[in-house]
Design a protein around this ligand. Structure first.
Ligand code: FAD
Ligand code: UDP
Length: 371
């Protein structure tokens, strides 16, 4: 069997690698001018620039960590973003350093008491119905107002009252003085960037990569080839020509600039959590590799959330109830009408997957397909 993989992101590339390892011919088509999807990194001034937003690899799974370490050596970077709320600086994720700066509390007991006091004033009852209630019940009113509400409403373009609670549960809340953004056992940044991982995944002679090719320009010919199975990692609603309706996505605009200073902000990630600043975060890329690169220059990227319209880049699926139902209908349609197409990745599966989950999902598909 031959495979046509649509999209050279992490999902498509892991699948292509595993298929080629088993002797199958794979053609990968990619509509962008480079491989790697959103994990693509490019060297500027000796610095690995994350061209589609900060990407920190983190996982609980030893299997996935070992897998990805076959293709790059990872450094010991630990993500500890800073929040800037109108010039006030706080540590993230929400931990004793944050609570101490906000309230002057010293012990975990004092911090918990403060949060309980704020919760009791808010009259919260029953399980949280939306992101605002979830956030307030986890960390109280002050943290919500200064560090969550502005950032979240910019990021999602929606009132926190209308957003699902699970989005905020991605972040740890800790009653220790620990600024590590993730709880996972393994974490780091590939030395030399992410693109090398994708290039190695796609290096086999059995894999043919075609850049600047959009699946939809040759859709019928691809689908009518009886000897080829399609792995589709683009948008599932677009695949079906939006027949059942449009799924919602959130888009982003990245503004990257080179500055003539050694150190612009002193940290890789600074979140702007107020409502007025139009961007959500500034990334200073050299800090992901502990200052590697040109000593007199630095590269920074501002991340501006955007509404999504057809044709824009769909960076985030919006996994609310309505979209989940619509996605389930597309899955049914896929089962009924195109058994030779397998959907994968953040867009094909319409899931807010981190990189480790993306690799895991690709390896699961490999198992189903080949074992
Ligand atoms: P993608 O990377 O989106 O790849 C899909 C590819 O398919 C793209 O290259 C696209 O151009 C191509 N394509 C789509 N349609 C077509 C078509 N019609 N024809 C041809 N090609 C097509 N994860 C982490 O673990 N840690 C992080 O810190 C982290 N930060 C993130 C920050 C941002 C801003 C974003 C958006 C995501 C972040 N992620 C992070 C998630 C991570 O990017 C994903 O898990 C991973 O990149 C998903 O890979 P994928 O192959 O599913 O999708
Ligand atoms: N978030 C927030 N304040 C912050 C950082 C994150 O309120 O300073 C919220 C926001 O709603 C965001 C969610 O937490 O969408 C998840 O954050 P994460 O950093 O995991 O977002 P991602 O890297 O996926 O964009």
């Amino acid at each position: 069997m031959n495979y046509l993989v649509v999209g050279s992101g992490l999902f498509g590339s892991v699948f292509a690698y595993e298929a080629a390892k088993r002797g199958h011919h794979v053609t990968v088509i990619e509509k962008r001018g480079h491989v790697g999807g959103n994990i693509y990194t490019k060297e500027i001034e000796g610095i690995q620039v994350h061209m589609y937003g900060a990407h920190i690899f983190h996982t609980q799974s030893k299997e996935i960590w070992d897998y990805v370490n076959q293709f790059a050596e990872f450094n010991n970077y630990v993500n500890s973003p800073i929040a800037n709320f109108n010039g006030e600086i706080y540590n993230l994720p929400f931990n004793m350093n944050t609570f101490n700066k906000l309230w002057g509390v010293i012990t975990p007991e004092q911090a918990k008491a403060k949060i309980e006091e704020q919760k009791s004033e808010l009259n919260l009852s029953g399980p949280p119905k939306n992101l605002e209630e979830q956030a307030e019940s986890l960390v109280g009113f002050d943290v919500y107002q200064k560090l969550i509400k502005g950032y979240t409403e910019k990021q999602w373009g929606e009132s926190a009252l209308k957003l699902p609670a699970f989005i905020i549960r991605r972040l740890p809340v800790r009653f220790t003085y620990d600024n590590n953004y993730f709880n996972d056992r393994y974490q780091g940044i590939p030395m030399g960037g992410y693109t090398q991982i994708i290039e190695q995944l796609l290096a086999s002679d059995l894999i043919d990569v075609k850049l600047n090719v959009d699946f939809f320009d040759g859709r019928d010919s691809y689908l009518n080839d009886p000897n080829t199975k399609v792995i589709f990692t683009g948008m599932i609603d677009q695949f079906f020509d939006y027949k059942l309706g449009d799924l919602s996505y959130r888009s982003l605009r990245f503004e990257t600039e080179v500055r003539d200073v050694d150190n612009f902000q002193g940290n890789a990630v600074v979140n702007y959590t107020d409502a007025q600043t139009p961007y959500t975060r500034i990334i200073e890329h050299k800090h992901f590799e502990f200052g590697k690169g040109n000593k007199n220059k630095t590269v920074i990227t501002r991340e501006f959330p955007q509404d999504f319209h057809r044709g824009d880049e769909p960076y985030y699926p919006v996994n609310n109830q309505q979209n989940k139902q619509l996605y389930a209908q597309y899955v049914n349609l896929a089962r009924q009408t195109c058994p030779n197409v397998l959907f994968g990745g953040r867009l094909g599966l319409y899931r807010y997957y981190n990189m480790d989950q993306t690799i895991m999902a690709a390896l699961e598909l490999v198992k189903r397909e080949f074992e």
